[in-house]
Design a protein around this ligand. Structure first.
Ligand code: TXA
Ligand code: MG
Length: 321
C-alpha cells in the first residue's frame, strides 16, 4: 500500500483491484501521469476516463460548482449503490484536466467497492483515473494474472486484490441532463434499480440515440472487448457444415457441450446464474483465447437485469462478418 501511494504521488501508474475489473490507475489531476495510461493502453485520446474517489463528498468536489445544487440530491438518491459498480457522468469542475474527459465538459465518477482500493483512495488527496487494465479493445482483466500476462515486463506495480467479484465494467449513467438520466453502458446496476432509486424513468442510449445526445460515451463503439480468436453465438452455429476441428465452447449451464466434440469447454454456471456468468465471463474468454482454437462459441442468456450487460459485452466481442 505504501509503495502504491508513493508511486501514484510521483505521477506513476499502479494497477488497482476493483469489484468490476482491474484498473490502470494514475493521479487524475496530473495530466502527465494520465498520459502514461493512454500510452500503455494504446487508447485513443478521444475516449475519456473514469475518476475513482472514496466518498460522495469527494465526488461533489469534481462536479461543476454551477451544477452542484442540481446534482447533489441525485447523488444522494444513488448513494445506496456506492461503493459499487455505478459510474455517473456529470458536468465537470475545472480542476479535472481536459485529458481525463477527452475535451468534453463532463466527467465520469465512481466509488469502487474493493477494500484495498478504498483504503488507497482514502489516503490520497486526488482521485484516481483508471480505465480497465488491458490494451485498448481487448478483453477486460478480472484477475491479477490477466494484467501481468497482457503487459508482461511493462506491467506497472500491481496491488493484488484477488479475483473481481462482479466481473463486468460498471454501469455508466449520464446525469448531464438531470431530468433525463441515461445509461451509456449497461452493468451490474440495472435500469430498473436506477429508475426506482431516482424516482424517474431512466433511458438506455442505443447506438442510434447516442449520436444525438451531446455527451455520448465514445468508448462504446461497436468493436470492443474482442478476443483474437473468432467468436460466434452458439445459437447461430451450424455444426453439420462446420469446417473446423478445434472449437471451444463457453456455456452458461451444465447441460450444454455434449452435442459436439469440443476441444475445450468452460461452464460458467450450473444453471444460468447471471451473477456467476458475469463474474467468470472474461476469464473464460481469455483462457480459451490462449488455446489456439479456430473458433469460440458462446452461449446466450435473457437480456434482462445483469443479462442485459452480459449480452451487451458478448455482442461487442462477436466477430463481425
Ligand atoms: O468498472 C469500471 O468502470 C472499470 C473500473 C476500472 O472502474 N473502468 C472502466 O473504464 O471500465 P473504461 O475506461 O474501460 O471505460 C470507461 C467508460 C467508457 O465507455 C467511456 O467512454 C465512459 O466510461 N466515459 C468516461 N468519461 C465519460 C464522459 N465524460 N462522458 C461519457 N462517457 C464517459
Ligand atoms: Mg475498458
Amino acid at each position: 500500500m505504501d509503495k502504491a501511494i508513493q508511486l501514484l504521488q510521483a505521477g506513476d501508474l499502479v494497477v488497482i483491484p476493483t469489484e468490476t475489473v482491474y484498473g490502470l490507475a494514475a493521479n487524475a489531476l496530473n495530466p502527465s501521469a494520465v498520459e502514461k495510461i493512454y500510452a500503455l493502453k494504446q487508447r485513443p485520446a478521444t475516449n475519456p476516463l473514469i475518476c475513482h474517489v472514496a466518498s460522495i463528498e469527494a465526488m461533489l468536489l469534481y462536479v461543476a460548482p454551477t451544477a452542484r445544487a442540481q446534482i447533489e440530491p441525485l447523488l444522494g438518491k444513488l448513494s445506496l449503490f456506492w461503493p459499487g459498480p455505478l459510474t455517473v457522468v456529470v458536468p465537470k469542475a475545472d480542476t479535472i484536466p481536459a485529458i481525463i474527459s477527452a475535451g468534453q465538459p463532463s466527467v465520469a465518477l465512481r466509488i469502487p467497492n474493493h477494500p484495498l482500493t478504498l483504503s488507497l483512495l482514502s489516503q490520497l488527496n486526488f482521485p484516481l483515473a483508471a480505465p480497465s487494465a488491458n490494451r485498448s479493445n481487448y478483453v477486460s482483466p478480472t484477475k491479477p494474472e490477466h494484467v501481468r500476462n497482457e503487459f508482461k515486463s511493462e506491467c506497472p506495480y500491481l496491488l493484488d486484490g484477488g479475483p473481481c467479484t462482479v466481473g463486468l465494467e460498471s454501469t455508466v449513467l449520464s446525469l448531464v441532463d438531470p431530468t433525463q438520466p441515461m445509461i451509456l453502458r449497461p452493468g451490474a446496476i440495472t435500469q430498473s434499480q436506477l429508475a426506482q432509486a431516482l424516482g424517474i424513468p431512466v433511458a438506455i442510449a442505443t447506438q442510434e440515440l447516442s449520436h444525438q445526445i451531446p455527451h455520448q460515451s465514445p468508448g462504446q463503439g461497436a468493436l470492443h472487448y474482442s478476443p483474437k480468436t473468432p467468436l460466434q453465438l452458439l445459437s447461430t452455429f451450424q455444426f453439420e457444415t462446420s469446417p473446423y476441428t478445434r472449437i471451444g465452447l463457453i456455456a452458461f449451464s451444465a447441460d450444454k457441450g455434449a452435442e459436439y466434440d469440443f476441444a475445450a469447454v468452460e461452464v460458467l454456471s450450473e444453471n444460468q446464474n447471471q451473477r456467476m456468468i458475469a463474474a467468470r465471463l472474461y476469464d473464460a474468454l481469455r483462457s480459451l483465447d490462449a488455446m489456439n482454437l479456430e473458433l469460440i462459441l458462446i452461449d446466450s442468456c435473457e437480456p434482462v437485469g445483469i443479462g442485459a450487460a452480459i449480452m451487451d459485452r458478448i455482442q461487442r466481442a462477436l466477430t463481425k462478418k
